[in-house]
Design a protein around this ligand. Structure first.
Ligand code: BES
Ligand code: ZN
Length: 619
């Protein structure tokens, strides 16, 4: 049983006892779009949050007040919750108390909160607290931060974790504007996916406003000892004091990226574009919270080698945050468009050579996935999730197959027409959600101009609904990778590492090199390789490629480095392959479990559930 299932079971038992105390009938759970909310009946339009962040108890408590629109004269408002303690609910102010019921808990979805409302109710206020099982909140001890002195908190709401820290209609098809007031201990800053302060306040009270309507998965909060550095009038970084200048240097191209993005696809609509560098347990490379991208500190590599993730999160300001996947099965509409857009930004800034290397590395990852399970619909663009948890790792199809599909359209119609089409798409559907079906009909009408034959010619249905990669997929090409392959081949044949031509290689080239030397390597050659190129102090992505070699070749001198890495880094995409590789042998499994025992308490819940499954972890 995964940790998540254990938690769900515990909540389920709690649900039964609550229901039997109240004696009322169980709320019937109707799940649509991974949510209990019924926005066709009653929809929330605006929220005011008043929250207190208590680091001693590790609890967020307060109220969420919603403006609602009752479309059908319904007598209940349904909200999603996960392991929340609901204290009290009032209507149209804070005095008129109303009855409510929490339904049974289901794994993945949590519990529906059914609130009794009147036909004329305009506002519903929920007083609540988070509990220790809040999957979307990570509380960090001072030792888990760069500074080591202050605690830190961050939330991660995508895909369906917002409900674990705010009761809400946790459905990407519903958008709300919001304002918030957050109380934190003096000396710490609170930041949200909204307008943010640039300096600490004396009393620890912060006020926020998000006037553009957003889906719940973009609700975000971070609290810690951070400072701000401006890069331009509208771009800047927040990070812990010891990191903030390095981060400002690393991301100095943010303003340029934003200008290039605007040139291609129209105005940036969120006013501010800042990044907060989080502690290394953050389970993603980046998360596109509006106005304030959340990022792993691994991106602060010292040589701007990993800034494509910043371009990626920026691109989501159009694809995702402006035009939003209607359901989690349509995730490729967020990620595929964003990967395409990211590479267009990277190409404009650093040249086609760089963006093609990124595309090749992405394609290789995706091809590996296809090879593992050729018939899996996880390699289709539209992934029929049903009741599956969208926070499981869904793989690279939404990103890489999505990217290639858009590139196919670009190559068929030319950049000028395709860019005009995309700009029109973003403008037409701004602040709305989009499904795959709706997109295809827009595509047929606007780009194919009603020419049905193009659907067949381009194999659109195969791309979207079938597993694998259609044979008309564009092929990224990189001369630089060809040179890298020649050097890898020479090394495999015995040429000493110190004689290879590796001058000015980028981290993409190093990753490619390491993936190309995949035959058994003796310990002395591993040692001379690392002596020549010092992979142990390379950026976190290259270091991961090196550590995969360390595991494959049972290179014990680097086991200490492997352990340090796995204990420090919580980004799921980086640690998952290392644990997977370790789990392939008995010795490796033993070592993995030993390391994981130390690492697990510092990981975020989404990384924990992935690694628990790989290591069949029972505690
Ligand atoms: N929105 C995603 C992160 C995400 C995906 C969170 C699914 C929760 C569920 C973000 O934009 C993303 O794609 N991040 C990538 C980086 C990117 C450059 C591939 C990551 O974290 O690796
Ligand atoms: Zn993304």
């Amino acid at each position: 049983m995964t940790r998540r299932r254990v938690l769900a079971a515990a909540v389920f038992i709690a649900a039964i006892s609550v229901l039997s105390c109240s004696g009322g009938p169980a709320v019937t759970a109707e799940i649509m779009n991974h949510s209990y909310s019924r926005p066709d009946e009653v929809v929330t339009t605006n929220m005011f949050l008043d929250l207190d962040v208590d680091f001693d108890r590790e609890v967020i408590s307060g109220t969420a007040a919603f403006d609602i629109k009752n479309k059908t004269g319904a007598d209940k408002l349904y909200l999603d919750t996960w392991a929340l303690r609901i204290v009290r609910v009032t209507l149209d102010g804070d005095t008129e108390e109303t009855s409510f019921e929490l339904g049974d808990s289901l794994p993945v979805f949590g519990r529906p909160l059914a609130i009794d409302i009147k036909p004329h109710t305009k506002m519903v206020m929920v007083q609540y607290e988070t509990t220790a099982d809040a999957r979307g909140v990570q509380w960090l001890k001072p030792v888990q931060t760069a500074g080591g002195k202050h605690p830190f908190l961050y939330t991660q709401s995508q895909s369906i974790l917002a409900r674990s820290w705010v009761p809400c209609q946790d459905n990407p098809g519903v958008r709300i504007t919001y304002d918030a007031r957050v109380h934190v201990p003096a000396g710490l800053m609170a930041l949200m996916s909204a307008s943010n302060a640039k300096e600490e306040t004396a009393d620890g009270v912060y006020e926020f406003s998000m006037p553009q309507p957003i889906p719940s998965y973009l609700l975000a909060l971070a609290v810690g000892d951070v400072e701000y550095r401006a890069i331009s009038d509208r771009c800047g970084v927040y990070a812990e004091p010891g990191m903030v200048d390095k981060a400002a240097w690393e991301f100095a191209d943010m303003e340029k990226m934003t200008e290039l993005a605007e040139e291609m696809y129209g105005p940036y609509r969120w006013e501010q574009f800042d990044v907060i560098v989080l502690p290394p347990s953050f389970p993603y490379g980046g998360m596109e919270n509006p106005r304030l991208t959340f990022a792993t500190p691994i991106l602060v590599a010292g040589d701007r080698s990993l800034v494509s993730t910043i371009a990626h999160e920026l691109a989501h300001s159009w694809s995702g945050n402006l035009v939003t996947n209607g359901t989690w099965s349509d995730f490729w509409l967020n990620e595929g468009f964003t990967t395409y857009f990211e590479r267009r930004i990277m190409e404009r800034l650093y040249g086609r050579g760089r963006s093609e290397m990124d595309a090749m590395l992405g394609l290789k990852e995706f091809e590996r996935e296809i090879a593992e399970e050729p018939d899996s619909l996880d390699t289709a663009l539209y992934i029929p999730l049903g009741q599956r948890d969208p926070d499981e790792e869904l793989g690279w199809a939404p990103y890489e197959k999505g990217y290639l599909f858009l590139r196919l359209l670009e190559e068929r119609y030319g950049r000028e027409r395709f860019d005009a089409f995309l700009t029109r798409y973003f403008n037409t559907f701004a602040f709305q959600s989009m499904t795959t079906e709706k997109f295809v009909s827009y595509l047929k009408k606007e780009l194919f101009e009603g020419n049905e034959k193009v659907m067949k010619e381009l194999k659109v249905e195969d791309w979207i609904y079938k597993a694998g990669l259609p044979d008309n997929a564009p092929r990224p090409k990189s001369d630089r990778f060809e040179k890298v392959e020649a050097q890898a081949a020479a090394w495999v044949k015995g040429k000493p590492a110190s004689e290879l031509r590796t001058k000015d290689w980028s981290s993409q080239e190093w990753q490619h090199f390491l993936s190309k030397i995949d035959q058994p390597i003796a310990a002395e050659r591993m040692a001379s390789l690392n002596a020549a190129f010092d992979f142990s102090s390379a950026n976190g992505e290259v270091q991961r490629s090196w550590l995969l070699k360390v595991i494959e070749n049972k290179y014990e001198p680097a086991y200490g480095e492997l352990e340090t890495y796995l204990v420090r880094v919580g980004r799921r995409w980086l640690v998952r392959p290392l644990y997977t590789k370790l789990a392939e042998t008995d010795d490796g499994m033993f070592l993995a479990r030993k390391i994981y025992r130390r690492a697990r308490p510092g990981y975020h819940s989404v990384t924990v559930s992935t690694v628990d499954a790989i290591l069949r972890w029972k505690g």
